[in-house]
Design a protein around this ligand. Structure first.
Ligand code: ADP
Ligand code: MG
Length: 647
């Protein structure tokens, strides 16, 4: 009977390579050994549980599935036992002596090509062999459902020995003879916290026998207050097993959602909303996603780019799997659990994984649809969401071309027709747009007061056309990416030529031409005087009350934008803007009179300079020469003083 004797076997080359890597490179990640062993135990139970569906006799031996961890201080061993499927003699040799997983071989191959990748191994589930990070010797005693038990022993160096063993029932024990420097795994609290961290939601109970001091009890079971406490061994379940995301929505109470949220985030407040669904079809996964009620303090920092937790078949793989949601949804918290990825997936592999891509797209789609519904059905809640995360959401206009329109539909802005703190969506704007209006108009400014005081809005006010006020720094960066919404172009009121002919009033055009003719000479004189400052002087269609304003051309950068660039250390080349004048303003007639008297008069020079400076100021720019500006203004006040004294 050769099976009864102890055989010595060598590891296959790739096992040696992997062991070498594991032991030498993964040292700082050695905690994961427990996760790997628990995950194997859980898989083994999954498999026998499945077989038991067909053969209920298998249930008789142990109706309670469980994973047991035990600590033997004296022997310095940590044992992980399960009552799962077990392994036969040949299975022990095959599963633990070769690398069956194709993924691991590929992984090894990439590591060999590129030694710098060695750090990646830390994010890689190396499975059973991770036990050798913490143990000098690993003993596996396993008994399959039918067949005898065997013992597999290895020091993780040359090879292993396999021989007969005794085990009470079906299942597997992994006995780790801990290395001297890994004795911390003999501490109950250490194990407890590792289980909590990595395996809390494993479906089967993970139990451990622990020592507790308890007061002895009287015959009624009441503790005896003055007695000396007794040491007792009790079995405790270490994991909560509450994988509530795998349940269906109707089976989860609001309280449970909130409790899990707190477990997940360590936040005190309840979440604002929960999105819980199971995706089926080309990609299958279960997800439970929360929208927090408050933004985290580091939301706007680039490093704070969070993600969701990734589970593969209930086994925790990583927190903050950044690829699960795009950065503009980084405020989401939650869990994604899928069977469609290999357990030994690494962050780097995740980055190019096509399955994960599908998961992400599905989540993005779902979240945006959910937000849309919230906006329509529970506006108050939506407003809370928007005030917390709207700014981040806007980044999506820039980064997610596909979802641009869906994101735009979720944005809210104050407008010339709202009160402060009231908002309009682009959809509402379109719905109320007068027939003749063809574009969506917006104005970016630092705050509402500045925006409303701006000369750019005059013509819109006269026409009673709504202008959206974009008061956030990011607006000006991302809005141009939107370009249009529902086929209507978005236009900044301060940029380019405005075409008001769209409302069909021919007479306006006529007037415009006539003005241009009347003041032709004044215009060219001003142009000549400001030649270093502006690239064009023209008559305006946007002004009704102000004499002049500064207009950027379509690609021009506002003061706001320029200062953003400056803050990033990028000095922009000086840009020349367009000065637009209002021919119907009394001042223009006055200037033209001065020109007719003497085109070279100092007064005219001063007036033109002042006109330009105040146009700069109301566009939010600085005047170039503040000293001259004040001097001219003082002169003007003195002149006026002289006038009124004379009168
Ligand atoms: P993986 O779990 O990704 O397959 P591992 O290295 O963790 O890779 O385990 C290798 C194999 O060993 C498993 O596929 C399984 O067949 C077997 N195995 C490991 N642990 C157990 C266990 N506790 N019970 C039964 N089989 C096990
Ligand atoms: Mg495994």
């Amino acid at each position: 009977m050769p099976e009864q004797t102890i055989e010595k076997r060598e590891f296959k080359t790739e096992v040696n390579q992997l062991l070498d890597l594991v032991v030498h490179s993964l040292y700082s990640h050695k905690d994961i050994f427990l996760r790997e062993l628990i995950s194997n135990a859980s898989d083994a139970i999954d498999r026998i549980r499945y077989q038991a569906l067909l053969n209920s006799a298998l249930l008789e031996e142990n109706p309670v599935w469980q994973i047991a961890i035990s600590i033997d201080q004296a022997a310095s061993t940590l044992t992980i036992s399960d009552n799962g499927i077990g392994m036969t003699h040949d299975e022990l040799i095959h599963h633990l002596g070769t690398i069956a997983k194709s993924g691991t071989k590929e992984f090894l191959a990439t590591l060999q090509q590129n030694q710098e990748n060695i750090n990646l191994i830390g994010q890689f589930g190396v499975g059973f062999y991770s036990s050798f990070m913490v143990a000098d010797k690993v003993e596996v005693v396993s008994k399959p459902a039918s067949g005898d038990a065997h013992r597999w022993v290895s020091d993780g160096k040359q090879g292993f020995e396999i021989g007969p063993a005794a085990r009470a029932g079906r299942g597997t024990d992994i006995v780790l003879q801990l290395k001297e420097e890994c004795k911390n795994y003999l501490e109950e609290h250490e194990i407890r916290s590792l289980v909590k961290k990595y395996s809390d939601f494993v479906e089967f109970p993970i139990v451990m026998e622990v020592e507790r001091e308890e007061l002895p009890r009287d015959k009624d079971g009441k503790p005896l207050e003055n007695a000396t406490p007794e040491k007792k061994r009790v079995t405790e379940t270490l994991n909560s097993m509450k994988a509530i995301w795998t349940k269906s929505k109707k089976d989860v109470a609001a309280d449970e959602y909130n409790e899990f949220y707190r477990h997940l985030t360590h936040e005190y407040a309840d979440p604002l909303d929960v999105i819980h669904y199971h995706a089926e079809g080309t990609i299958e996964f279960k997800t439970l996603i929360y929208i927090p009620s408050q933004p985290p303090f580091d939301l706007m920092l680039h490093e704070s780019q969070k993600g969701l937790q990734l589970y593969i078949n209930r086994v925790f793989i990583m927190s903050d799997a950044k690829n699960l949601v795009p950065p503009y949804l980084r405020f989401l918290k939650g869990v994604v659990d899928t069977n469609d990825l290999p357990l030994n997936v690494s962050r780097e592999i995740l980055q190019q994984d096509a399955q994960l891509d599908k998961i992400r797209k599905n989540i993005v789609h779902k979240i945006l649809a959910h937000l849309k519904e919230m906006m329509e059905k529970d506006y108050e809640k939506y407003l809370k969401f928007y005030q917390a995360f709207g700014t981040v959401l806007k980044e999506g206009l820039h980064y997610d071309y596909e979802q641009r329109e869906a994101i735009a539909g979720l944005l809210l802005f104050e407008s010339t027709k709202t009160k402060q703190g009231e908002y309009r969506s682009l959809g509402q704007y379109l719905a109320d747009m007068p027939a003749g209006q063809k574009s969506i108009y917006y104005h970016t400014a630092e705050d509402r007061l500045t925006a409303l005081g701006s000369p750019y809005l005059e013509a819109f006010r006269a026409k009673n056309w709504e202008v959206l006020l974009m008061l956030e720094a990011i607006d000006e960066i991302v809005l141009p990416d939107l370009y249009e919404f529902k086929q209507k172009p978005l236009k900044a009121v301060s940029k380019g030529e405005l075409d008001f002919s769209e409302d069909g009033k021919q007479e306006n055009e006529e007037k415009h031409k006539k003005d241009a003719e009347t003041y032709k000479d004044l215009l060219s004189l001003i142009q000549a005087k400001l030649t270093d400052e502006v690239k064009e002087v023209r008559f305006s269609k946007r002004l009704t009350d102000s004499p002049a304003c500064l207009v950027l051309d379509e690609t021009g950068m506002s003061r706001h934008m320029q200062s953003l660039f400056k803050a990033m250390g990028k000095e922009m080349p000086p840009q020349k803007n367009i000065l637009e004048m209002n021919p119907r303003h009394a001042l223009i007639g006055h200037l033209d009179k001065l020109r007719q008297e003497n085109p070279h008069s100092a007064v005219l020079d001063d007036y033109v300079a002042l006109l330009y400076d105040q146009a700069l100021l109301s566009a939010g720019f600085k005047v170039k020469d503040p000293a001259s500006f004040s001097q001219r203004l003082t002169q003007l006040m003195l002149a006026r003083q002289a006038d009124s004294s004379a009168a």
